[in-house]
Write a protein that binds this ligand. Structure first.
Ligand code: IMP
Ligand code: MG
Length: 337
């Protein structure tokens, strides 16, 4: 039996979706359940010629044998969910906890119409902030109150507990990143909930004693969308010259790019209770590492970067992503742990 949490170590968009998909194929979980805020998240998973973007469905959906769940802590937008269920063909294996908060058109209008949220903070306009605020006020609808969600309802914590008791593997995927945690991020330029591993466990109703591993995903060159401090940010002229250009999955805004932040990685690993780390975008450190699948084939420059990053994080780097496709990854978990 094992229960692993995968979370973002910087400001989101670290490539969690891809790491979750790889780990799912490798570890064969019976349940992949997501925590995190809601449809403000955007995960990209590339499998061969297909690039999928998901905002509600867990990014591990590409592994077809797992039941897909959305934990109680997550906000569900029934319209976004219906669209993804339809386009991804996951009907029959997707479930929503009956207690999830529900995003209404009014929440979206309030998010987009608020100068504070939309302009000052740079929110995604997906209604999450106002919906979480209504949830705290205890006036937001829950999944069990919404007829369109009736067919998907499940007691997610119970389903996870049953699987773990049978000795099965469960993956809990986080969304967003450590730097935009409501508690630990760059307040007020943060999202509307904590994003650390403990929160992801709570979102899914899994007690801390049941968690075996916390994989924190860091990007070699971190990015940030929206406003707020970013210590290692570089100019677009510099990042463009390095060939790094990224756009948000949800809002299509150009992402701000920065260099490796060792201090932030250390603090993030500490609060997340990191047991192992994944590094994505190593091909931006050295282009000749693109698509490499064996550690031994990485260049000296890439290995030196990983050594420093591992010292900062304080836990072994066991997964190294070398490109966007789910096969472009080095997995040395068996050798190191
Ligand atoms: P909100 O979560 O839509 O309220 O937006 C608050 C801040 O968090 C904004 O700077 C967003 O760009 C950022 N944010 C929210 N979700 C994500 C995510 O999944 N990845 C990256 N940034 C995010
Ligand atoms: Mg994203």
């Amino acid at each position: 039996m094992s229960c692993t949490i995968i979370v973002g170590g910087f400001f989101g968009d670290e490539g969690k979706g891809k790491v979750v998909a790889h780990v799912a194929y490798a570890d064969k979980p019976v349940i992949i359940s997501r925590g995190g805020v809601g449809p403000n998240a955007g995960h990209t998973v590339q499998v061969g010629d297909h690039e999928y973007s998901v905002r509600m469905v867990p990014s591990g959906f590409v592994y077809k044998k797992a039941k897909l769940c959305i934990g109680s802590g997550v906000l569900v937008d029934p319209r976004v969910l219906a669209h993804e269920i339809e386009t991804l063909g996951v009907k029959g294996r997707i479930f929503v906890d009956k207690r999830c908060g529900v995003i209404t058109e009014d929440h979206i209008a309030r998010d987009k119409g608020s100068d504070h949220l939309a302009k000052k903070i740079g929110s995604t306009g997906s209604g999450c902030g106002p919906a979480n605020s209504d949830r705290v006020m205890r006036i937001a609808p829950q999944a069990k109150d919404v007829p369109e969600l009736a067919e998907y309802l499940l007691d997610v914590p119970k389903a996870i507990d049953d699987a773990l008791k049978k000795g099965k593997t469960v993956l809990l995927e986080g969304t967003q990143g450590f730097g935009i945690s409501l508690y630990y991020g760059t307040y007020p330029f943060v999202t509307s909930k904590d994003t650390s591993a403990s929160q992801i466990a709570a979102d899914n109703g899994v007690g801390p004693t049941k968690i075996d591993d916390v994989i924190v995903v860091f990007k070699a060159y971190p990015t940030r969308v929206g406003e707020g401090p970013f210590n290692t940010e570089m100019s677009f002229a510099k990042s463009d010259a390095m060939g790094i250009q990224e756009f948000g999955t949800v809002t299509h805004r150009k992402r701000r790019i920065g260099g490796w932040d060792g201090g932030m990685a250390q603090y993030s690993a500490m609060i997340n209770g990191c047991t192992q780390a994944a590094i994505t975008g190593i091909d931006h450190v050295d282009k000749s590492c693109f698509g490499v699948t064996e550690y031994g084939k990485l260049t000296k420059k890439a290995k030196a970067f990983l050594k420093q990053a591992e010292e900062d994080i304080g836990s072994p780097i066991t997964l190294i992503s070398t490109g966007p496709d789910i096969t472009q990854i080095i997995d040395i978990r068996d050798e190191l742990l």
